[in-house]
Ligand binder design. Structure first.
Ligand code: PLP
Length: 407
């Protein structure tokens, strides 16, 4: 895999970033900066190694070798067999494949019987939308949503009530993207095995992946979704773990790639980037959990002390180390995001994907957060590039911005 003549990684001017105050990036849960070691691992596949991994010549073999090595690394991090890893175009596709793929296969296997999917009420739209689409498009499919408590944690008693023999799929995220609440997945698996033994459990581990050992924490789930860009990998790359014996029909049909579970020429660079990001995150996880949680606590405690009428809906002991979700009552969250951006502080209004919506998010509604508080919901999220200086800068800027908006 030597460098081809004339090939190099080009440094480009970032478009649209502009000049201005130094960047304080507190939006890792939306997308984490690319790790340099990931960029390095991916670089050959934007240059000298360009073959189609399904071919037979040396270029194809080089690409396939890298793809299969990436698969093994992902499998190691996820605690599954390499054959269980299905590379996808990211977390959204992984979630869609899990939900729609299992429901389509199950509906086909049980004609005339209901096929039920049970989800938490706070799933990402990449899970909720295919649940709803399956109800509309597949015969006999029904969707039951299970409530969370005021901290955003799934109510296991309600889950138990929703389970019966008609349930084909239970999908509960490992941690919520908006507030960071970690869900009791092991209990979900146990309750499902007891009350709906034929059902498969899927977990969207996209947010949890940088912070937990998925080979242990997601071991009971038949299907697990991850996304590279939340780990410091590239956007547009992810994977779904599909453990052997799980019924699944493909969404993408064509070539027989990924053992007929996801057709299409592989994004080799993306798969290599996912594997490198997962491996890098795993190597530093124990230390980073402690370091980042301490920074997050300093940020949350500092803001709670400095800003009046500030609500922290989740309970930090149930939350990922990265997330600091606060409701600035009486403030429009979009206005606050823009004012902070002027000062170089990048955060999200609630969740990145819900931004732009004026209504409180479905997560806030499910947690029973007061609508006036929810309209001022801001997610600060820390990660591998976060420093004490980022936190101090936010502490210097946010209280003043909130005071300005409150008039
Ligand atoms: N699931 C969760 C919990 C997420 O936070 C996200 C992204 O924000 C996704 C799924 C979608 O992942 P991707 O951006 O890779 O499509």
């Amino acid at each position: 895999m030597g460098d081809a003549p004339g090939w190099s990684v080009r440094a480009v001017d970032p478009p649209g970033i502009g000049t201005g105050p130094p960047l304080t990036y507190l939006d890792h849960a939306a997308s984490a900066p690319l790790r340099p070691e990931v960029a390095e691992a991916m670089a050959p596949f934007s240059g000298p190694v360009f073959g189609h991994p399904s071919g037979s010549h040396r270029q194809a073999r080089a690409a396939r070798g890298a793809l299969e090595e990436a698969r093994e690394q992902v499998a190691l991090a996820m605690g599954c067999a390499p054959a269980d890893v299905v590379f996808t175009s990211g977390g959204t596709e992984a979630d869609n494949l899990a939900v729609f793929g299992v429901l389509a296969a199950s509906a086909q296997d049980r004609p005339g019987r209901p096929t039920v999917v049970v989800s938490s009420a706070v799933e990402h739209s990449a899970v909720l939308a295919p649940c709803r689409a399956a109800v509309a498009r597949l015969p006999g499919v029904e969707h039951r949503e299970v409530a969370v408590d005021g901290r955003g944690v799934l109510r296991l008693d309600r889950l138990a009530d929703a389970l019966d023999d008609d349930v084909a799929l239970v999908t509960v995220m490992l941690a919520n993207n908006e507030v960071g609440a970690v869900q009791p997945l092991a209990d979900v698996v146990a309750v499902t095995a007891a009350r709906a033994p034929g059902a498969a459990v899927h977990t969207d581990a996209v947010q949890a992946a940088p912070w937990v050992d998925l080979s242990a924490e997601a071991a009971g789930a038949a299907l697990v979704s991850i996304s590279a860009h939340k780990l410091g990998g590239p956007k547009g790359s992810g994977a779904l773990v599909v453990r052997e014996g799980t019924p699944l029909l493909p969404l993408m049909m064509g070539g027989g790639q990924e053992r007929e579970r996801r057709a299409g020429t592989h994004d080799v660079a993306g798969a290599v980037g996912l594997a490198a990001a997962l491996t890098a995150a795993a190597a530093e996880r124990d230390g980073e959990r402690v370091r980042v949680a301490a920074l997050r606590d300093r940020l949350a405690d500092g803001l709670l002390a400095a800003v009046p009428a500030l609500v922290e809906p989740a309970d930090r002991k149930d939350v990922l180390p990265s997330h600091c979700h606060l409701c600035f009552s009486g403030v429009d969250r979009e206005e606050l995001v823009l004012l902070l951006d002027e000062a170089g502080v990048c955060v999200s209004a609630g969740a990145a994907c819900a931004s732009g919506a004026l209504e409180p998010s479905h997560v806030m509604a499910a947690m029973g957060v007061d609508a006036a508080d929810a309209r001022g919901a801001i997610r600060f999220s820390l990660g591998h590039t976060s420093t004490p200086a980022d936190v101090e800068r936010a502490l210097a800027v946010v209280p003043e911005a909130v005071a300005r908006l409150r008039g």
